[in-house]
Ligand binder design. Sequence first.
Ligand code: ADP
Ligand code: 5SP
Length: 464
Amino acid sequence: MTLVLGVDSSTQSTKAVLVDAADGTVLEQRQVPHPEGTEVDPRAWLDAVDAATADLLPRCAALSVAGQQHGMVARDDAGAVVRRALLWNDVRSSSAARELVQEWGGPAACAEAVGSVLVASLTVSKLRWLRDHEPENAARVAEVLLPHDLVSEHLCAPGTEVFTDRGDASGTGYFSPAENRWRPDLLASALGHEARVPRLVAPGQPAGHTAAGAGAVVASGTGDNMAAALGMQLDTDDVLLSIGTSGVASMVSPEPVSDGTGAVTGFCDAAGGFLPMSVTLNAARILDLQARWLGVDHDELSALALSAPAGANGVALLPYYGGERTPDRPGAVGTWTGLRTETTRADLARAAVEALACSLADALGEILARLGREPARVLVVGGAARSAALREVLPAVLGRPVLLAPPAEYVALGAARQAAWALGGEDQPPAWVAAPAAEVDAAPTPAVHERYAELRRATEAWDG
Ligand SMILES: Nc1ncnc2c1ncn2[C@@H]1O[C@H](COP(=O)(O)OP(=O)(O)O)[C@@H](O)[C@H]1O
Ligand SMILES: O=C(CO)[C@@H](O)[C@H](O)COP(=O)(O)O
């Protein structure tokens, strides 16, 4: 049996799956946590991948690494990291993003050049922040990588030239998805000087080996959302809702997308096409926080939430605890409304679950509106998709059925599929057996989203 290894170096942890290359059956799985916070010493990701893959690596014929998108890994001429990596959910670079959008000719011109209107999350905004707030660090930057590039390099034979793919590159803000090329001029305009970027590896091509000689093939890797699309074998008629640290609504597209409103990004996928997305900063952690505040675990939070009626007896929450990206409100905070002396713990739990569902409804609405396509299927994956309450509330709030993929690590699985593709050398990724998804539906509760939208509008003027 030929085995391939898929790695997901995501925000909260590294996951690794060892898979049968013939049909995608997952044989073994590992998970190692990452440190908390929106800036992280990248060494932590390397320690995590070593721990997660130690006994799996010697058994695989090929591997691939998918990673959280956008994180700024800046290195000096000696290859040393100049500072802790700023992650996709670090919003300190929001003013830098707005400044760059103006310098580049406004939102429409920006989306035309790099596929997306810049927000704090994109790597290029972080480089501008570095130039302005840590000039000594900025002056030392000789090379800029993304998180998955660093992890891939770590697993390759010493001396391998650092590489990436167009999927993750398209989230930097210095790559043109339409022209399929780096924009070093835009990187330099943000950082104040030129810096090296990784070599681009085409979809399906091998990028390196784990060791000189007989090592395993290493594929290009990609961004975690691009790998999720590969892992779910996403079709052009599908929307994928991923509910991890971020909330993501994505659709594959054969053509590049350029949305001057900024609600939808124009990223590339990992298979030669495009993967526009609408992304929120606050998703699974809305439920994590709520469980912690109520002193319960996730199962108890779900039971509490499902014991309250739809609408949580008038309690509503705008869950922008970490600022927000869709809508672009980096200075927003979490806001509760409708609290009364009669409010119960069950109402609070229900309001948190409904808030998560409503923010996903916003993201879904944005992508469907911009692409003008009605999906045949809405597929749901990610850690928070394990919440029994969310599984019940989500179709009611969306007003449409959703398909719940069986709990699995689809980003790591997508990376494994990319590894099998690079190993096999075919034109297309291998067709693997798709896991049967369960459809769930519920009576629509439009009033819940209407109330949420009112709160969203009412708080717009309050952002810091
Ligand atoms: N049963 C559950 N109910 C709600 N949230 C859950 C449940 N199980 C896991 N999670 C949450 O899912 C998140 C991790 O999801 P994951 O997709 O792995 O995130 P990421 O890829 O961003 O690291 C954590 O915040 C975790 O608490
Ligand atoms: O910023 C984005 C996408 O643009 C995020 O989706 C990150 O890629 C992190 O993903 P998760 O850790 O939530 O899967």
